[in-house]
Design a binder for this molecule. Structure first.
Ligand code: THU
Length: 135
């Protein structure tokens, strides 16, 4: 992995350390290359009231919007373990809102080896999106 993905991985790993994950101990980082050319990162934020926690991807999307980015051009996720950490089902839908079907989603494990390169459509086939609402 090189170039932009290496930059995204570094951003995701940096922010992952700041995760608030006292319940799962599972520290996740996500980094987005946005349409404004900037990189926005986020970590998971858990809560004692478990369902109130949020995923790293949701945090990264919030950071993107707050920072002035509007669209996801590329997104990378990383977390513990050897296996690539893939976005949960809810986050696939969150990514869907701000990206295209062919937007790359790169998933990496803690050692950074054997990344899983996908598109959003591969992770979320036959998906429902904003255009269905004709807004
Ligand atoms: N988690 C994420 O942040 N992103 C994902 O896509 C997978 C799961 C977080 C949520 C929770 O804080 C912890 O990982 C364990 O599920």
């Amino acid at each position: 992995m090189d170039g932009i993905d290496q930059t995204l991985l570094e951003a995701a790993n940096r922010v992952r350390k700041n995760a608030h994950a006292p319940y799962s101990g599972f520290f996740v980082g996500a980094a987005i290359l946005a349409d404004d050319g900037n990189i926005y990162a986020g970590c998971n934020v858990e809560n004692a009231a478990y369902p109130q926690g949020s995923c790293a991807e949701a945090s990264a999307i919030s950071a993107m919007l707050a920072g002035g980015g509007r669209r996801i051009k590329r997104i990378l996720t990383t977390g513990p373990g050897k296996e690539p950490v893939t976005p949960c089902g809810g986050c696939r839908q969150r990514i869907r809102e701000f990206s295209d079907l062919d937007t790359p989603v790169i998933c990496v494990g803690a050692d950074g080896k054997k990344p899983l390169f996908s598109t959003l459509e591969q992770l979320l086939p036959h998906s429902f999106g904003p255009e269905f609402l004709d807004k």
